[in-house]
Design a protein. Structure first.
Length: 210
């Protein structure tokens, strides 16, 4: 896309689309804050209900953010943008459903929940959607953001690192399983408290300022 075409696209942006981007920016900032709250509830407070609630809300809030980003990066690489959007939305929906499932069990534990405690979640086994698929989608989004003129190139760097941490976290949960292992604990701490909030809050500021 040429510079002239980008300028024309900016000039023809409707008030509705500008309002949506501001809303998406706010959702991105809330998603980043929610990542800290989820990590604190899961790793520090060990609260099943709170961690499930923040996981569910994080997936819900991420959906408009992904839509806003897709609207821009699709003008650079349409096919890759659709692929990244599908992977990322699948990860966000996985977070929403996984969190909702865990919240329902935390509020009203089934009789057989103790016997099933060590089994992988049937919807999102070992974080396949939230961390594995979502991480792959984020890696592609970070690459597209770096290629797009609508975002600062430096914004792609925390996206890359966050995506690698998420994929590593899924592999650790799949192969090692022990949450006390440094190969699981370190990516969880870094992605939950630092990298994921940095990526989403920075992205939210960029979108909200448009």
């Amino acid at each position: 896309m040429t510079v002239q075409a980008i300028g024309e696209s900016e000039r023809t942006a409707t008030p509705a689309s500008a309002f949506f981007e501001r809303c998406a920016g706010i959702c991105a900032i809330l998603t980043g804050a929610g990542s800290v709250l989820y990590s604190g509830a899961f790793l520090v407070l060990h609260s099943a209900a709170l961690s499930a609630l923040f996981l569910m809300l994080g997936g819900l809030l991420a959906l408009p953010v992904l839509s806003a980003v897709y609207q821009h990066v699709a003008q650079t690489h349409a096919a890759f943008a659709r692929w990244a959007f599908l992977l990322s939305v699948t990860g966000a929906l996985g977070s929403l459903i996984h969190g909702g499932y865990d919240l329902a069990n935390a509020l009203h534990p089934p009789v057989s929940i103790a016997a099933q405690a060590g089994l992988p979640d049937a919807i999102d086994p070992r974080g396949l959607l939230v961390f594995g698929v979502g991480g792959l989608g984020l890696f592609l989004i970070a690459w597209l953001v770096g290629q797009s003129r609508r975002f600062p190139r430096s914004l792609s760097y925390p996206g890359y690192v966050t995506a690698i941490m998420l994929i590593g976290l899924y592999l650790g949960r799949l192969l090692i399983l022990d949450p006390a292992s440094p190969l699981i604990a370190l990516p969880a701490l870094l992605s939950g408290f630092v990298l994921n909030p940095l990526w989403y809050i920075w992205l939210g500021i960029v979108l909200a300022r448009r």
